[in-house]
Design a protein around this ligand. Structure first.
Ligand code: PLP
Length: 437
């Protein structure tokens, strides 16, 4: 069977049986899968039709050490062979999970010293909200239930995570959500103060924010924003949670996104880059203070746990992934290559009439598309999806964000990317924009 025939056969099965996540389902039915990937190596993906594509989004902001790493496969194999799975409930534990929790305590900011493991970002967010509310029950303040998040935030698709997500279309997808979530304008600490007062500080459990908003369009806060957030949370006794699902483990050019802002949250959610996508793992780190309070005040069982919390293979993969990030200096590389990426965006901005604001922090960046640069006027219909289609033809992968009147292309290439590959990305991007201009 030729690869073309294999493609046709698989595409038919895909259309009939594979319900794709976060996908325009009617369109998917009509066109079938554009790429059926068969291999990944470095910053590139290869498909069944023999095409290669530069992975400008590290797939889903997560394949930080790049594709096709033998070392990771070896560690996963050894761990699966030795101990593929064991429970972490109650008195059961395993070496990779213990070592990973200790490693995270070593690298995390401030006094974040204990980790609750999950299988991904959505579970991490739900865990953080539940732990925050449980904490306030133990502290004798059960009215503190409300979770405040920001407009344009994305926290995932579990019920709590969707409820916290500021991007309205995700919440409108179902007609019922978890109660006690509310939203504030992003970057406005005045709005946060007003919201806390409106809800009553005694009713607020936590405020959650991504250090750099990713799926909401890559919005980088002003330098003083998080200091003021921390101050407000302290003033009103509210827990401050950061959602580092995209920004942790080097993405922004520091180990954690919040490191840029020199503040320490009370809890920190992570996932994606902890394993660079090689295994499903996430978690929530909590401060030593909260951990001590939980241990001192809790009389019963911590009634929250996933079958895969502390999965030995996923934790072994994470340890190796962090070792690679450190050994290869990928955090510095993200910072240096981030500068190259941003200057490439600026070149395109000069050359192309429909490019508005461009921005990047380390290797997370965005290019906004506008009808009129001077007035920042948008196109009636977003054109970012058309640019994506052109990019796919040319062999470049990235995503578009069209929520909330945005028309933005977002980027987060693997942290291993080099200067030549960034130049290639910039050329492909330029040509794709030119094709729709
Ligand atoms: N939080 C943030 C900031 C994210 O970007 C994402 C996913 O993109 C999530 C949470 C959800 O993570 P997952 O898809 O692993 O459930």
């Amino acid at each position: 069977m030729t690869n073309e025939q294999r493609y046709e056969q698989l595409a038919a099965l895909d259309k009939k049986h594979f319900l794709h996540p976060t996908t325009a389902i009617a369109q998917q039915q009509a066109s079938g899968p554009e790429f059926i990937f068969t291999k990944g190596e470095g910053v590139r993906l290869y498909d069944l039709k023999g095409r290669s594509a530069l992975d400008g989004l590290a797939s889903l902001w997560n394949v930080n050490i790049g594709h096709g790493r033998e070392e990771i496969a070896q560690v996963a194999y050894e761990q699966m062979k030795t101990l593929g799975y064991c429970s972490s409930f109650a008195s059961f534990s395993n070496e990779p999970a213990i070592k990973l929790a200790a490693k995270l305590a070593e690298i995390a900011p401030g006094n974040l010293t204990a980790t609750f493991f999950t299988s991904g970002g959505s579970e991490s967010n739900d865990t953080a909200y539940k732990l925050a509310r449980h904490y306030w029950i133990l502290k004798g303040q059960p009215a503190r239930k409300k979770i405040i998040s920001r407009s344009r935030s994305y926290h995932g698709v579990a019920m709590g995570a969707t409820s916290a997500t500021g991007l309205k279309p995700f919440r409108d997808f179902t007609n019922s959500l978890a109660p006690d979530f509310c939203y504030v304008d992003h970057f406005s600490t005045d709005a946060l103060r007003e919201k806390i007062l409106e809800e009553g500080p005694e009713n607020v459990a936590a405020f959650i924010a991504e250090p750099v908003q990713g799926a909401g369009g890559v919005h980088i806060p002003p330098a003083t924003y998080f200091k003021e957030v921390r101050r407000l949370c302290d003033e009103f006794g509210i827990l401050f949670i950061t959602d580092e699902v995209i920004t942790a483990f080097g993405r922004t050019g520091t180990y954690f996104g919040i490191d840029h802002y020199d503040v320490v949250p009370d809890m920190m959610c992570f996932a994606k880059g902890i394993t660079s996508g090689y295994a499903q793992l996430g978690g929530v780190m909590i401060s030593e203070t909260i951990h001590n309070d939980l241990m001192e005040l809790s009389k019963g069982t911590l009634l929250h746990g996933y079958t895969y919390s502390g999965h030995p293979m996923a934790c072994a993969v994470a340890l190796k992934n962090l070792e690679i990030i450190e050994r290869e200096g990928l955090i510095n590389n993200a910072r240096n290559m981030g500068d190259v990426l941003l200057s490439g965006f600026k070149d395109i901005q000069k050359k192309r009439s429909i490019v508005g604001d461009v921005r990047a922090l380390g290797l997370i960046g965005a290019v906004e598309l506008v009808k009129n640069k001077a007035t920042n006027e948008r196109f009636e219909e977003p054109i970012a999806p058309k640019v994506i289609a052109e990019a796919h033809k040319r062999g470049l992968i990235m995503r578009s964000v069209v929520f909330d009147q945005q028309d933005t292309l977002v980027f987060a290439p693997p942290l291993i990317i080099n200067e030549q590959e960034i130049q290639e990305l910039i050329t492909l991007l330029h040509d794709s924009i030119e094709a729709v201009e």
